[in-house]
Write a protein that binds this ligand. Sequence first.
Ligand code: COA
Length: 205
Amino acid sequence: MSEGPRGQLPPPLSQPLPRIIEGPRVTLRSHDVGAASTLGDLVMSNLDHLSILPFAEREPLTLDERRAMIEEWELTRLAGRDCVYGIWRDDQLIGSCGLHRRLPDPAALEIGYWIDVAHEGQGFVRESVLLLTETAFTFEEIDVAVICFDVQNDRSRAVATSCGFQTVRTVEMAQEFRTSAASGREDVTEMRRAAFDVAWRDETG
Ligand SMILES: CC(C)(COP(=O)(O)OP(=O)(O)OC[C@H]1O[C@@H](n2cnc3c(N)ncnc32)[C@H](O)[C@@H]1OP(=O)(O)O)[C@@H](O)C(=O)NCCC(=O)NCCS
């Protein structure tokens, strides 16, 4: 993997990220080629809603392209880098999220997410972020989970805030993350290992 504009990539994780993460209301499953068309349908029915995200500008993908992308994601997961998860509510795919080893800090993992517009505002992304943060801290080498979002993305800020992430700086957005719908500046928020509420599941019941 090449070096990105955010700087030198850190070393791989000590082991691959897990394929499945079970939560109280949602299950995160690393995307599977068998569900490529399901993912494609969800992306296509949410394209306007996702216009702030760079990948939306590369849509529509063909089914073969989406399968190839998912296969590439699995190789990346096995290499101890990113993992991109489907957010499943019972047997329905309702969104996508991930843990990404793309910040220069070797103690950091970045979290990304989106959800089907019909499932917004019900706390499913909040739960997914808490699951991803908890998973990040099962790796001894990780001390901080990071969420970055466009300064105008109030819904994304609400997710980070409600999970207890703290804003640490506002920066120019790297070129690869800019879209025509983006402002060009992003807030960087962090959750340190020591500040993470390991009993969060008790609150969500
Ligand atoms: C940003 C985005 C993922 C937020 O999704 P969401 O469904 O609003 O997120 P959640 O519902 O999990 O959490 C946010 C809100 O739900 C509330 N919430 C938490 N648990 C809840 C529950 N059990 N029931 C109802 N609401 C709940 C949170 O407190 C928060 O509320 P607030 O907006 O009043 O502060 C979504 O708008 C999206 O996909 N946007 C397009 C893509 C995008 O911008 N991705 C992020 C890029 S950085």
